[in-house]
Design a protein around this ligand. Sequence first.
Ligand SMILES: Nc1ncnc2c1ncn2[C@@H]1O[C@H](COP(=O)(O)OP(=O)(O)O)[C@@H](O)[C@H]1O
Ligand SMILES: [Mg+2]
Length: 433
Amino acid sequence: MTLKTLKMKLDITDINNAFSPTHEIGDPHKFIGRYEEIESLILGLSTEGSFISIFGLRGIGKSSIARQIKLIAEGDTILPRGLGLDYLIPKKGFNYMVHLVSCDSFITDVTSLIKRILLGDDKNQSIFYHNKNGDKRVVAYKEKEKASIGANLYAIKGGVEGEDETTYEIRLTDDLIQEFKQALATTQKDNQDRIGIFILIDEFDILKNKEGFASLVKTCSSKFVKFGIVGIGESTEDLIEDHASVGRQINSVLVKPMQDKELRQIIESAVNTLKKKIKFEDSVITDIIKQAEGFPYFVHLLGKESLLLAFKRKLDCVCPSIYHEIIDNLIKGKIQLTQEFRYVEACRTSAEREFLLKLFADSENNIILIEDIYKSAREFGIEEPSKYMKELIDSKNITPILIKSRDGRNVRFADPILKIYVKKREYIHDKYK
Ligand SMILES: Nc1ncnc2c1ncn2[C@@H]1O[C@H](COP(=O)(O)OP(=O)(O)O)[C@@H](O)[C@H]1O
Ligand SMILES: [Mg+2]
């Protein structure tokens, strides 16, 4: 290290970049742990025509894994070498063309998904770009697309932000599938030096209508074309019900809660990016890990907030007093988080509902028997607990807080991070404190 770098002071950008509570991990140097998941995915990449499925709870780290597997498929070896998994990569290396598509409210069904892949988006070029004369093909496709919408053949729901939602009938036409197959075939023909094309679809669970997906995968997968999906669920079946009909070997990867030692490494890695100019005291690290309950999100959140406060106070260490200030802010709802917004929205108007939500959050189970909670609520004098449930289970636009099981006897938190947050959050109302 030169004298200059030694003397260099940390600036606010270093502080802001050390943790990433709101972003998935793109930089393989900052990606921690996940040996088994990456091992299984590398094997999936070298299994011809196999189908890849990555699933787990919200906020557990799926999209970060998806980003890494994209890099690995494209030939980057930083992470495999770091994990000692490079021996699983074929000698000549991977050189896939990867389309990592994230579903959003505009991708409602398989038709709009295919169109997104054909036309590209801000993260992916159109797959036509891999072909000779790619630009011309994209232009030609867009022209054709316009004409077909004009002729009312099929239309994408939504489309461009701000535009009126179109309500044409949405059909997965044979034409579109043929078009897609043709594009894949041309891609293969024009890219003989590549292993293949890998289409990885994140947030697959939010696709409202998955009809036709399994058969699409079945007809389009080949030695050259590989598909993968990423989404919230406990199994591949949660993501695609008719998974058997993809007709392929499925490499399923369940993303588990992170181990304590991995959570610790997140902090250590962040401290390294700060050239160790600000440290975390050990008791603070231990408590952050305890609070996180296996979710890397909380480590990033608490890490980031306490680091920023230490920086503001011009300290070179995140000591317990700084950290406790942050925890205090968190439980009082003073940190602006989407979880806080949801909490206030649900509980503001009723002390009873707040208490009920707390009871659900305190349950040790993920799948919670409603009657158990009602029983406890009655013991505290809430005679008709079901009266307060509507706002927790219904929601107009966004996902509800609690999701009921099919038989209506159980609920689970749609967002497990919100469950942990509710547990920590101080009461708004005094009545049941
Ligand atoms: N392997 C990892 N190493 C370090 N941080 C991680 C890792 N995986 C996830 N994170 C962090 O955890 C949070 C949630 O990750 P994300 O990949 O978005 O989860 P999901 O897609 O399952 O909701 C983000 O803040 C991200 O930066
Ligand atoms: Mg994600």
